[in-house]
Design a protein around this ligand. Structure first.
Ligand SMILES: [Zn+2]
Length: 163
């Protein structure tokens, strides 16, 4: 990864271009950048469905998401901040109706947190950079692996044939 050496330059670009709030190219992992985004800003940046899921922790209807049947090679980024979250390499068909992955691209890019809502004990998955709710992780994936059950609406897919 050559990203580390670019971080400073990239951050300067972002800061000098403050009016461009819809840019999804903010790939630096500096959490201070997104902490200042207000809920009102999120509302204007995200679609109503994305806002409900990422910021209010709702869940999209099963079998409704745009990435469920995506088979191309590429990277799934956070729809809130552009952070790279999942790769097509770890995507599998779980039959649950939500895009499912055995692993994040980098465990450092997500936060796992205990979630006791809806009278269930689950592990919530959040984007490390913007704190957006992505879905939940379960330990019943294929061949003893995990199953990251992620809402399509939280992800932007970027095709990469060489990946
Ligand atoms: Zn994010």
């Amino acid at each position: 990864m050559t990203n580390t050496t670019n971080t400073t330059n990239k951050k300067t670009d972002v800061l000098s271009n403050k009016s461009d709030r819809t840019s999804s190219e903010q790939t630096g992992l500096d959490p201070t950048e997104s902490r200042e985004i207000s809920e009102q800003d999120w509302k204007s940046k995200l679609t109503p469905e994305q806002y409900k899921i990422l910021r209010e922790k709702k869940t999209e209807m099963p079998f409704s998401g745009k990435h469920l049947r995506e088979k191309r090679k590429g990277i799934y980024k956070c729809a809130g901040c552009g952070c790279e979250l999942f790769s097509s390499d770890t995507k599998f068909e779980s039959g649950t109706g939500w895009p499912s992955f055995t692993n994040p691209i980098n465990r450092e890019n997500v936060i796992l947190r205990e979630d006791g809502s809806l009278f269930m004990s689950r592990i919530e998955v959040l984007c490390k950079k913007c704190g957006g709710h992505l879905g939940h992780v379960f330990n019943d994936g294929p061949r003893g692996k995990n199953r990251y059950c992620i809402n399509s609406a939280c992800l932007d897919f970027k095709e990469n044939k060489d990946f």
